[in-house]
Design a protein around this ligand. Structure first.
Ligand code: 3MF
Ligand code: MG
Length: 345
């Protein structure tokens, strides 16, 4: 039987300018057309888009202008053999979203957030995808007493229902993250995301997108988070990357901090036959600040190469020997087997 190849995707923000909270940009902005060229060159088929990546300045446009621009973007992508994976409403950069969108204390801001999310559904439909990614970035608090967590769950649910109501085919993948930019986020883990999905108007249309680093920031194992979502039939996207413990969100190259952890994630994806679902392998990785502009796509090439090497490692894993170790409850022998295999022995 032929093995379904993996499909890879990338977002324009992964070709960043190298700015961090302590210093300005060090590389010129990569023009959108060049992002697409780089994606093609690196063998990525899917483009992940924020609503305003797909339709710049969308807040200044009418509804029909937004749809027309999104349709034009679809043409631009398909001319290059690319396809839009998802659209994510970028609520966290707009002044109305300063206190969060769906859970803002100001009712006018909450209304804005829902309206903007519905526009993201229109953009997604015009781009030919049903998938909306919801990263609830500022849906949380820096001062715990500033919001009511019971009300916040209800407000997020209301937003989910509004998005689902915007189009009968719209599907949402919630991308949880425990902190950054807020201190405590209301949707920190896959368990929270799935529980919200189960309570919405149409649970069949809500799933999750798991980012490795976000799980690590929550003190969890990304491969177990993936396994939990797979068991529920809800793993609709991944943002593979790496994270060196509990720090700022590093978006390191996949496998760069914990190669065994990366192997374990690929192991779950392989066991789930993820490639056959048609869902994408996305990388949410940042180029290092020291990287020169002409080499600032290497982090993507390396992440993809590491992923494919790890697929081979999973496929060539000595399963029978592992089963014998497990049967004998000799977990030290299993540990050795895994490490030797990863070391190439
Ligand atoms: C932040 C993220 C985001 C989301 C993206 C898609 C900027 O930690 O991971 O990347 O992935 O906005 O929703
Ligand atoms: Mg991400």
């Amino acid at each position: 039987m032929a093995v379904t190849p993996y499909r890879f995707s990338v977002g324009p923000w992964n070709l960043g300018r190298g700015a961090d909270p302590f210093g300005p940009p060090v590389r010129p902005q990569v023009a959108f057309a060049d992002v697409l060229k780089a994606a093609v060159k690196l063998g990525f088929e899917g483009i992940q888009l924020h609503d305003d990546d797909a339709v710049p300045d969308l807040e200044k446009l009418t509804h029909s202008q937004i749809v027309r621009e999104a349709e034009a973007m679809r043409g631009t992508l398909s001319d290059l053999g690319l396809t839009a994976e998802f659209v994510a409403p970028r609520l966290w950069e707009h002044e109305s979203g300063v206190d969060g969108g769906y859970t803002a204390n100001d009712p006018a801001a909450r209304k804005w957030a829902i309206e903007r999310s519905k526009r993201a559904v229109d953009i997604a439909q015009a781009l030919g995808t049903d998938l909306i990614v919801m990263w609830p970035a500022r849906e949380g608090t820096n001062v715990r007493e500033s919001k009511n967590p019971v009300e916040a769950s209800g407000q997020i649910l209301e937003a989910i229902n509004a998005i689902l109501g915007a189009h009968p085919k719209a599907r949402i993948a919630i991308e949880p993250k425990p902190n950054e930019p807020v201190d405590h986020a209301f949707v920190p883990t896959i368990g929270h995301a799935l529980a919200l999905g189960a309570r919405c108007a149409d649970p069949s249309r809500v799933g999750v997108l798991i980012e490795s680093a976000h799980a690590i920031l929550a003190g969890l194992d990304p491969s177990d988070e993936m396994g939990f979502a797979v068991a529920a039939g809800k793993l609709w996207g991944v943002h593979l990357n790496d994270q060196n413990g509990l720090k700022f969100d590093q978006d390191k190259v996949f496998g760069a901090a914990n190669l065994r952890g990366a192997f374990d994630q690929v192991r779950v994806l392989e066991a789930a036959n993820y490639a056959a679902t048609g869902c994408f392998i996305g990388f949410d990785v940042k180029a290092q600040r020291t990287q020169s502009a002409d080499a600032a796509t290497a982090h993507l090439a390396t992440s993809k190469a590491v992923f494919l090497r790890l697929v081979e490692k999973v496929r060539s894993f000595p399963h029978t020997a592992a089963q014998q170790c497990i049967k004998a409850r000799d977990y030290e022998a299993l540990e050795r087997l895994v490490l030797e295999h990863l070391l190439g022995g």
